[in-house]
Design a protein around this ligand. Structure first.
Ligand code: 5GP
Length: 139
């Protein structure tokens, strides 16, 4: 069963497509958080960022990079929040990797990306050193 976004890519359900190339597609979110809220996806279905091959990841970033100024200019936004819900625990509902480009306006009542977190962890310097070393070893 393909994702709703694959159905958009295949033209099986309608969407307001604003950009497409060989490997990526950008279209308006159907339930926008702000005017111009745009999603950028790889044409092929990968559930999470972790699953995206290197070349497609580069293409995906290229399209995000292209679309951010296009979206901001089109709705005269002051800024954008650009983010992935990467996995169901992070709030991802459509299991086809997608980047949200959400236009932001002075005084729009929204928060920074820091507002997504729950309780802050209590980490001392040793904990931070261990975590940094572990991440570095996997990068
Ligand atoms: P997620 O929570 O998975 O990061 O976000 C999925 C996004 O896809 C939501 O913002 C939702 O409004 C949008 N969405 C869900 N179904 C459709 C659809 O059929 N068409 C479009 N254009 N957007 C959709």
């Amino acid at each position: 069963m393909s994702t709703i976004f694959s159905q958009i890519v295949e033209g099986e359900i309608p969407a307001r497509i604003v950009y497409e190339d060989e490997t990526t597609v950008a279209f308006l979110d159907a339930n926008p958080l702000a005017p111009g809220h745009t999603l950028v996806i790889p044409r092929d279905e990968y559930e999470r960022l972790n699953d995206v091959p290197d070349d497609i990841a580069a293409d995906l970033y290229d399209t995000v990079h292209r679309m951010v100024p296009a979206v901001e200019e089109s709705v005269d936004a002051d800024a954008t929040t650009v983010a992935f819900n990467n996995g169901e625990a992070a709030g991802q509902e459509v299991l086809h990797v997608h980047c949200h480009i959400v236009p932001r306006f002075e005084g729009d009542g929204g928060g920074p990306i820091h507002a997504i977190a729950g309780d802050r962890p209590d980490l001392d310097d040793d904990d931070l050193d261990d975590i940094a070393a572990d991440i570095e070893s996997r990068a």
